[in-house]
Every structure is written in structure tokens, then in C-alpha cells.
Ligand binder design. Structure first.
Ligand SMILES: Nc1ncnc2c1ncn2[C@@H]1O[C@H](COP(=O)(O)OP(=O)(O)O)[C@@H](O)[C@H]1O
Ligand SMILES: [Mg+2]
Length: 347
């Protein structure tokens, strides 16, 4: 077999499975399981690259420096979520930038900004990209201003629906205060309060850069599998507990059924947000219709999840399958666009 390039694969390992009872589960919500890590490694190898696995722990810098000094790395395939801190997703890319090792995906600035949902929204507002009206609460005593119920409350800077439980959608001031105070205390960060967009929800994968960035088939979230009284949101319970692969209802519809103009409006808003935030190589954007069926950006996932097991309904792989790509081809494509961006000769 001809080895194309040497790829160091950087990740964080999930040590506790998703659960509503075990408080430790939250700490690992964004990390990847050993099965996912093994699956990604295999898929990169299937593209004829040599893979060196590097856990993105506190020794990561030294391991990367050694690989660089020994000329054993051409590119890093990065899915590291970061160990801790408000800019955690940017830590590995910042080290790589310093060491001069090329890597897949967005840089430290974009990763740090998109992890902070309010900062992201400020940038979107600057470019007139629709998103829900919001306010950051540092204490439950703050005034709501002109925000209108229903509202949704989430931790300012988390992912994987961490802290977004079924009871995060509130209809009155009392419940708002209770939830804001709970989130600030539990997640040790401000709470983001947003007007609730109750239209259809989509998630949109993008691969590529600049004019060559391509939108994958749009996924619509199907909330019909949720328990009857559950809020129509992609909550922690919805993502990790209720979607256990046993429901007869597929929680994702891909490609989403949309007329041409609506599809284009969603694609345009996704690409615009991807570009103004400086995303590189790939991302997945959550989008929801407002009451006028205008697509609003909910969130920009500049480090999208890629669980290989099809039963897990991981979104970006699901969109890639609908585009006729295999899992291996999806990762191969991300590596190719990153290689091209860094002028690495892969083939
Ligand atoms: N303003 C909003 N209006 C309606 N639903 C929302 C809003 N913000 C978040 N949600 C719901 O909560 C889910 C999780 O929110 P999101 O910000 O994407 O968090 P995460 O980073 O955990 O994925 C969304 O997929 C959506 O279903
Ligand atoms: Mg999301």
C-alpha cells in the first residue's frame, strides 16, 4: 500500500457514557467514545494515510513537538474538544499554529468565538444574519428587557446539548429566574436567554473553503419521536437518551423536504455564517425557522460531531450518506480540502 501522508489524529476520550443520573456524564458530554475514535482512525487509514493517535491531554504539546521534530506529521486531523476553559476548543489549534503543523478545520479564533454563543450572535448581527433575539444573564436578578416569552435558556458556551434539558423552554418570569440561576450555578458561566423560534429545525453540513465550500444535503430534525409533552427541541435527553435507536420514527429527515427557494435560503444563510465566522474545511450549522419561515442561525458547530456508528444518528455523516458519500469518503474529503488549503501535496 502506498502511504499518502502522515496524519496525527487528535481527540479527547469520553470516560463516562451519557446519562441523566450520573453527574460525571456532563463533563464528558462533548468527548468521543473509544469506538468513535477507533472508527475514525480506521476511516482515515482507509484513505491510505498513516495515522498516529494522539490523545489531546496535558502532554499533547510535547507529543506534537516530538512528531514535528522527527518529521512524522504532515497534517493533524483535529477533533479535540479541549480539556477545560472557556476557549478549550482552540487550545490544540493554537499549539499547532505555534508549532507550524497544518491541521484540519477552523483556527483558534473561530473555535473560541463559536464556542461562545453570544459572541457568535454579535458577529452574525453585525452582518445582518438572522438569529434569535437574546440577552446574556450573569445573575437571575437581571432584567429581561424587550425579550418575549417563550424563551429558551442555555449555558453560554457548551455543546452537545449540555445543560439544554427539556425544561429549558420557559413561559413565565418565575421559571426563567429559576432556570437562569440553576444554569449559572451548575455550569459556572453566564446563561444565554433567547427568544424561542418555534418553526422547523434543520442542521446543515458544509465542506470546503471560500467559493468551493459545498453544502451537504440539508437535515431536518423530526421531533415526532419525542415523548408527548416534551419541548420541541434537540435537548440533552433528545440527543443522548430518547434517541436510543429503538424508535420507529427516524429523528432525522435527510434530505429535508423543501421547495427550491426555501432550500436556497437555508443554504445561503449557512454559507454566509460559515464565511463571516472564518470557518475552515468543515462545520455544521443549526438553523431554525422563525414565525415568518425565515431561517435563523441557532448555532455554528465549527468542530462537528462525526460518530461513525450509523445507529447514533450523527448529523454530518448522515448528510454525507445522503450525498452518496461513505464515512471513509467524508473524512477523506475533509483531509483533501484541508490539504489543499495548506498546499500539501496529497495525491
Ligand atoms: N432560540 C431557539 N429557539 C428554538 N429552539 C432553540 C433555540 N436555541 C436552541 N434551541 C433548541 O435547542 C437545541 C440545542 O441548542 P444549541 O444552541 O444548538 O446547543 P448545542 O450546542 O448543545 O447543540 C437546538 O438544536 C434547538 O432544538
Ligand atoms: Mg446544536
Amino acid at each position: 500500500m502506498v502511504v499518502l501522508i502522515n496524519i496525527a489524529f487528535l481527540y479527547n476520550v469520553k470516560k463516562v457514557a451519557p446519562s441523566l443520573e450520573n453527574p460525571e456524564a456532563d463533563i464528558y458530554a462533548e468527548f468521543d467514545s473509544p469506538e468513535t475514535i477507533a472508527g475514525i482512525r480506521k476511516a482515515i487509514e482507509a484513505n491510505n494515510h498513516k495515522v498516529i493517535c494522539v490523545e489531546a491531554d496535558e502532554y499533547a504539546y510535547h507529543k506534537l513537538k516530538e512528531l514535528k521534530d522527527n518529521k512524522k506529521v504532515d497534517l493533524v486531523f483535529n477533533i479535540a474538544e479541549g480539556l477545560r476553559g472557556e476557549s478549550r476548543e482552540s487550545h490544540i489549534p493554537a499549539m499547532l499554529e505555534m508549532l507550524g503543523i497544518p491541521y484540519t478545520g477552523s483556527g483558534p479564533l473561530t473555535l473560541a468565538v463559536t464556542l461562545d454563543k453570544a459572541r457568535t450572535k454579535e458577529i452574525l448581527n453585525h452582518y445582518n444574519i438572522p438569529n434569535a433575539k437574546f440577552k446574556v444573564f450573569n445573575s437571575e436578578k437581571e432584567q429581561l428587557g424587550d425579550l418575549k416569552f417563550p424563551l429558551i435558556i442555555k449555558p453560554l458556551a457548551e455543546g452537545s446539548s449540555k445543560g439544554i434539558k427539556d425544561d429549558c423552554v420557559v413561559y413565565d418570569e418565575k421559571k426563567l429566574k429559576k432556570k437562569v440561576s440553576e444554569i449559572i450555578k451548575k455550569y459556572k458561566q453566564p446563561a444565554l436567554v433567547e427568544e424561542f423560534l418555534d418553526g422547523r429545525e434543520f442542521t446543515v453540513g458544509i465542506i470546503g473553503n471560500g467559493k468551493e465550500a459545498k453544502v451537504l444535503p440539508i437535515i431536518e430534525l423530526n421531533f415526532d419521536f419525542l415523548p408527548k409533552n416534551a419541548a420541541k427541541i434537540d435537548s440533552y435527553e433528545a440527543k443522548w437518551i430518547w434517541d436510543d435507536g429503538t424508535s420507529k420514527i427516524d429523528p432525522l429527515i435527510c434530505p429535508a423536504k423543501l421547495d427550491k427557494n426555501t432550500k436556497k435560503a437555508i443554504e445561503d444563510v449557512a454559507l454566509k455564517a460559515f464565511n463571516v465566522l472564518g470557518c475552515k474545511d468543515w462545520a455544521r450549522l443549526d438553523i431554525r425557522f422563525d414565525k415568518d419561515n425565515q431561517p435563523n442561525i441557532i448555532e455554528v458547530n465549527s468542530l462537528p460531531g462525526i460518530i461513525p456508528d450509523p445507529k447514533e444518528n450523527s448529523r454530518l455523516p448522515r448528510a454525507a450518506y445522503a450525498a452518496g458519500m461513505s464515512y471513509e469518503e467524508l473524512l477523506g474529503k475533509v483531509i483533501d480540502v484541508a490539504g489543499k488549503r495548506h498546499s500539501i501535496n496529497i495525491k
